[in-house]
Write a protein that binds this ligand. Structure first.
Ligand SMILES: [Zn+2]
Length: 242
């Protein structure tokens, strides 16, 4: 029997069925649409949520499921089932929502450009909590933006993005990048840069592509600010510095 490594973010155990409650980014989901699903062989069911909600949930977990972060940033973006779990720790299997589990509403597909964009929208996440849209191009590369010679990257499969970071920053006394570390699931110090190679049809391309709007939503920028200035999260990372 092979061991399956569960995908997605584990939010906790359901108090009724003792199964892990997990969320995944779901393709073509927008706003607070959620979709509950479980394969026949799957012990653990999943809740599909929009990318923005996923990115916010990632931050919420980093902050130790902070009540304040939930109420001020995450809650208004969460759908019924995610809210229910945050409130009562019961999964939709045990406590189904009245809303139909699957919506047929589709996100309008944008046309894919034939030519790759010369400059692409990327997100710079600074360790001090600032985050902003930056343009990356062949001329202005990741290493130039991160102001370092030695750049490494992590490919975040869940979100289809590369997270570029400086290799020197970990050695130097740079502050840990809390949100960046959560994205990469390992210690990252200093600033990092999120670049996508997925087109609007979610196909991998050989060029850089524009990041989707979710990454620049004011809510996610607020969440990054909260995570990267959180003293507890920083201290935790510094203790576990490789
Ligand atoms: Zn349950």
């Amino acid at each position: 029997m092979s061991t399956k490594i569960p995908a997605g973010l584990i939010l906790g155990m359901c108090v009724l069925c003792s199964h892990e409650f997990r969320v995944l980014t779901a393709v073509n989901h927008s706003g607070d649409e959620e979709f509950w699903f479980a394969g026949r062989e799957d012990i653990h069911p999943f809740l599909g949520i929009s990318k923005l909600t996923y990115l916010l949930t990632l931050g919420w977990l980093v902050l130790g499921k902070s009540k304040d972060a939930w109420n001020t940033i995450v809650k208004s973006h969460a759908g019924i089932d995610l809210r229910e779990f945050a409130q009562s720790s019961t999964c939709p299997n045990c406590f189904p929502s009245v809303v139909p589990s699957r919506s047929s509403k589709k996100t309008p597909q944008r046309d894919i450009d034939v030519d790759p964009p010369a400059k692409v929208q990327s997100l710079l996440i600074k360790s001090n909590g600032d985050a902003k849209r930056v343009l990356v191009s062949e001329k202005k590369s990741a290493s130039e933006i991160l102001k370092c010679a030695d750049v490494e990257y992590f490919y975040d499969r869940e979100n289809g993005v590369f997270v570029y970071y400086s290799l020197d920053a970990a050695q130097e006394s740079e502050l840990p990048n809390v949100y960046g570390s959560a994205l990469c699931n390992s210690y990252i110090a200093g600033d990092c840069l999120v670049i996508s190679d997925l087109d609007s049809g979610l196909n991998r391309r050989s060029e850089y592509m524009n990041l989707t709007d979710d990454w620049f939503d004011p809510a996610i920028l607020k969440m990054i600010q909260r995570c990267n200035t959180d003293a507890d999260a920083r201290a935790f990372l510094q203790q576990h510095k490789p």
